[in-house]
Design a binder for this molecule. Structure first.
Ligand code: RP5
Length: 161
């Protein structure tokens, strides 16, 4: 069985952000694939990827892009597989451009939009894992353990250093 999660991004330059999603899935023991699929530079690749998602058994797509970030929305227009969008932080507009591009989808074609940047990418990994965990008891347990460990790592009082 192939990967159930696809991590796609508009450019190689997005990988520094999107690898946070991949690292989270590595930590949780979830298989994924990664692809560069640009809405503007490789529109045919985007179309082919979108058309093949259901047949290939993908269950969640994590899509990251920056600037005029049309990739998540265009992917959502091409497949019913849930799309989680990650706004990549940009230099010119700090990623607000990416956020608005991904967030403001028209009724009928949703994209679950995360926070801007690496935290958003990490949360996309967690969100995707949470969706798969609905039907995977082993993953559900690993996710519960991960969450409990994070909570346990937070001190009750602040220190000076
Ligand atoms: C977008 O343009 C990509 O998602 C990337 O965030 C941004 C810049 O791409 P590069 O010029 O670094 O390839 O399509």
């Amino acid at each position: 069985m192939g990967a159930k999660i696809g991590i796609i991004m508009g450019s190689q330059s997005d990988w520094a952000t999107m690898r946070e999603a991949a690292m989270m899935l590595d930590e949780l023991g979830v298989a994924y694939e990664t692809r560069i699929v640009s809405a503007h530079r490789t529109p045919d690749r985007l179309w082919e990827y979108g058309k093949s998602t259901v047949a290939r058994g993908l269950q969640v797509i994590i899509a990251g892009a920056g600037g005029a970030a049309h990739l998540p929305g265009m992917m959502a227009s091409k497949t019913r597989v849930p799309v989680i969008g990650v706004p990549v932080q940009t230099k010119a507009l700090s990623g607000v451009d990416s956020l608005y591009s991904i967030l403001q989808m028209p009724r009928g074609f949703p994209v679950a939009t995360m926070a801007i940047g690496p935290a958003g990418a990490a949360n996309a990994g967690l969100m995707a894992a949470g969706i798969l965990a609905l039907q995977d008891e082993g993953l559900a347990q690993r996710l519960d353990d991960w969450r409990a460990a994070l909570s346990a790592s937070i001190p009750e009082e602040p220190t000076d250093d």
